[in-house]
Ligand binder design. Sequence first.
Ligand SMILES: *Cc1c(COP(=O)(O)O)cnc(C)c1O
Length: 355
Amino acid sequence: MRPIRARVSRAALAHNLSVARAHAGASRVMAVVKADAYGHGLAALLPAFQTADALAVLALDEARLLRQSGWNNPILLLEGPFDAGDLAEAASLGCWPVLHGAHQLDWLDALPETVRIEAFAKFDTGMHRLGFALDAFDSVLARLRAHPRIAAVTLMTHFAQADEAGGVGWQLAPFLDCVATTGLPWSAANSAALIAHPESRGDWVRPGIMLYGASPFAGRSAASLGLKPVMRLESALIAVRTLAAGEAVGYGCTFRAPRPMRVGVAACGYADGYPRHAPTGTPVAVAGTRTRTLGRVSMDMLCVDLEPVPQAQVGSPVELWGAHIPVDEVAHAAGTIGYELLCARAARVPVFTEP
Ligand SMILES: *Cc1c(COP(=O)(O)O)cnc(C)c1O
């Protein structure tokens, strides 16, 4: 059997959820589990989310799975219904839809009379992606409050720079000016805001990435935030060879051995979700020892430097990311963020969920 696998720890997830809970104070915690729990496998990980007050998903397939798996607490649909049929099914599943555009409000009118929906009204405070303009705040709210299908409204926005120097104040202040006129509950904070901007917690916080043990900040490690990696992407060496000085390894011959070198071939490539852009020098662990990748990442393989691991041989374990190699370090080397690598785990990489 090909040795690549993702090991996923429920205990680490539960720990990170408790860290989020501690930051949340009196706010309720809505754990974001979109993209199959950021690539970790939602169904098997679900027991570790039991202490969350609600779960947030992208679309109805995930909401269905949660209901079938026995999740009876609230579910938020982060982008709301994509068509009128979605809204009807969201109602029948007892989900809370985000409503961010006038077209979605029109779909409310088509719902059966018996339906009552608890909605999150999303306002655009500067991200300029989804949400009603704050200029339209009063009219949107009046329409929702008067609508016979709407049982409750929570106000929501999303931050563009919660993880950066720009911060959240420029978005939060105008949003809270509007919120204050209503007395309604509100939600704004993602992981970065929850950690760095406690004034943005509101009634519901929406942490995602921190629950999976990666950092929302470019300059702060997950470990320094008290978080534990939930996924360990591991494989093994399927070949070992010695390069003579001047010989190259991999496509494009981008790495040439400056001296005779032992090189290992690991069963992991970009078709597994490992970033092809990771250059020579990207950190990787072989038999528990930190070393580096060499040359270009192939579809199904990548090469590693065995100089720091002289005892390595065919079958030696390789950690692509996990306890020894933070996913954020691999992401940084490849010019991306931990989020993308976790979500990119390919379907062909089996997940083993552990207690
Ligand atoms: C994905 C998402 C989150 C979670 O963001 P993290 O940076 O992963 O904590 C929160 N809110 C919304 C609307 C999202 O789409």
